[in-house]
Design a protein around this ligand. Structure first.
Ligand code: BES
Ligand code: MN
Ligand code: ZN
Length: 503
């Protein structure tokens, strides 16, 4: 897809579609009034009919009148009070998705006054709209089928229309948005792939290909090396499957170097290629969703690749412990006691609380590799989905300064996080009568306890992002199909780029 930024008026731009976001009620003032007039009053007529409404992400497509574009598309940005970076991003995706099944090749989007609605102004709008269009083009139906007619169009050209703007700066911003959107889509494509397709070994192979493409170093640790390293928790989960576990370690930058923010940042992603629950087996209902339990791994792998594209040479690590959690003659049993890499003994009372086991060893290994700051991303608990749903990621962290740094990156990325407390009183519920602790407690406060468990494996600043609610959508929306969302990818990229090596 070619990117073009033009400072022409929207009615002068040639394209298959001219998309026009509008803020608030469809009143069409200023340049939108002129657009409406030149469309032959199409917009105001549709508004009078109630077909154009203020409801966010609502779209109408009309004849263009005397516009140079083939069609005029109006999309509602909704109440100006609640327009955020995420809303601008999703406007981009909504436009692209609304064109699904069409033969549109050249899409123009008029930036209008969106720049005055969010921090960062028109450059950030250009970045987010371009990223949104790329993310909006993602269609999981194409993963296993050819010739899907209902897919969003593959554009030849995206034209951002910003009269009076500084074109070069906007183009750079939009290009950054395209790269970030492509990274999210890489994560989503991997995340959506079925468990009979993406085993831990296959995920490691994908990581290898990505490493080669972007000049990353890669190390893949199998069961033997993991045993030497003392990763008893990782091995306990992995041994239940005939598809052996793999700890994928990707690195960029000079070995041992700190980034320009003085950190050696490690991103750790949960890579459970299928979570049956193991011997503590899950109910059949919706178990098929558990192919998504590798989303955290897919996201950290994609994030380090994106950072390599945007700021090559930036010191960064991505670790993805990949396993299949299966019941079988070799599986860990409830009540098995294993020794973690950090020497702590763990009483596995529930084999379905497996994510924290593989993450704990991977976090410990990240520190052994020199990580000074950790962020883990995981579809860790059903509880976070019950508490916050699919729009807000639950997050924990310590110390607060590090949490705040991650939250600020999330803000820049247009993603939403809600900090949850690590309630000290609940830690004793993980006490085991003969190991250092158990891997679950009673169900009450289970979300908090999952973080208290992970905390046992972090001795440096650490943040935990529980994407079990936000990592995949059960239903489609105007801005995204059902399935993997790629959530947290952009946040991790922003966080890492705060320590970018300048070219
Ligand atoms: N992968 C699941 C969490 C999950 C649930 C992700 C629903 C996405 C949707 C995780 O491994 C799990 O099974 N968690 C248990 C923890 C419990 C056993 C303490 C849960 O949430 O029920
Ligand atoms: Mn589980
Ligand atoms: Zn799981």
């Amino acid at each position: 897809m070619q990117l073009r930024v033009v400072d022409d008026q929207p009615w002068d731009v040639q394209a298959d579609v001219m998309a026009v976001p509008f803020v608030g009620e469809p009143a069409f003032e200023g340049s939108l009034a002129e657009l409406d007039r030149r469309s032959g009053g199409e917009l105001s007529t549709l508004a009078a009919f109630g077909e154009v409404k203020a409801e966010r992400y609502g779209v109408v497509v009309t004849a263009p009148g005397e516009l140079k574009a083939g069609r005029l598309l109006a999309v509602a940005a909704g109440d100006p009070e609640t327009i955020t970076r995420q809303v601008v991003l999703r406007i981009g995706s909504t436009i692209e998705r609304r064109l699904a099944g069409s033969s549109v090749k050249r899409l123009a989007i008029y930036l209008g006054d969106l720049g005055s609605q969010i921090s960062g102004g028109v450059e950030v709008v250009a970045e987010l709209l371009a990223r949104g269009v790329v993310e909006g083009s993602f269609e999981p139906a194409t993963i296993y089928r050819d010739g899907v007619k209902s897919a969003p169009p593959e554009l030849d050209e995206l034209i951002l229309v910003a009269p009076g703007a500084e074109i070069a700066a906007l183009k750079r911003a939009a290009e950054r948005g395209v790269v970030i959107g492509e990274g999210a889509n890489l994560s989503r494509r991997l995340g959506n792939r079925a468990a009979n397709d993406v085993t831990p070994e296959v995920l490691a192979g994908e990581a290898r290909a990505i490493a080669e493409r972007h000049g990353l170093s890669i190390d893949v640790i199998g069961p033997e090396k993991a045993a030497e390293l003392g990763m008893g928790m990782f091995l306990a989960v992995g041994r239940g499957s005939d598809n052996p576990p793999r700890l994928i370690v990707l690195r960029s930058g000079e070995q041992g170097a700190k980034d320009s923010a003085g950190r050696r940042l490690a991103l750790v992603g949960k890579g459970v290629c299928f979570d049956s629950g193991g011997i503590s087996i899950k109910p059949a209902d919706r178990m098929e969703e558990m192919k998504m339990d590798k989303s955290g791994a897919c996201t950290v792998i994609a994030a380090i690749a994106t950072v390599a594209r945007l700021a090559p040479g930036t010191p960064l690590m991505a670790l993805a412990p990949a396993v299949e959690n299966m019941p079988g003659p070799h599986s860990a049993r409830p009540g098995d006691v294993v020794k973690a890499m950090n020497g702590k003994t763990v009483d596995i009372i529930n084999t379905d609380a497996e994510g924290r086991l593989i993450l704990g060893d991977a976090m410990c290994y990240a520190e052994k590799l020199g990580a000074t700051h950790l962020v883990d991303v995981a579809t860790l608990t059903g509880a976070v989905a019950r508490a916050l749903g699919d729009q807000m990621t639950g997050a924990f962290g310590q110390p607060q300064e590090w949490y705040d740094a991650v939250a600020a990156a999330g803000e820049r990325a247009g993603e939403r996080y809600w900090q949850l407390p690590m309630i000290e009183e609940y830690r004793k519920d993980l006490d085991s009568w003969y190991a250092d602790f158990t891997n679950t407690g009673s169900a009450e406060g289970g979300l908090v306890k999952s973080a208290l468990f992970l905390r046992e494996f972090a001795t440096v600043p650490w943040v935990h992002l529980d994407i079990a609610g936000t990592g995949y959508f059960r239903k489609k929306t105007p801005y995204a199909p059902a399935g993997a969302t790629g959530v947290a990818h952009a946040t991790l990229v922003e966080l890492a780029l705060a320590g970018a090596t300048k070219a």
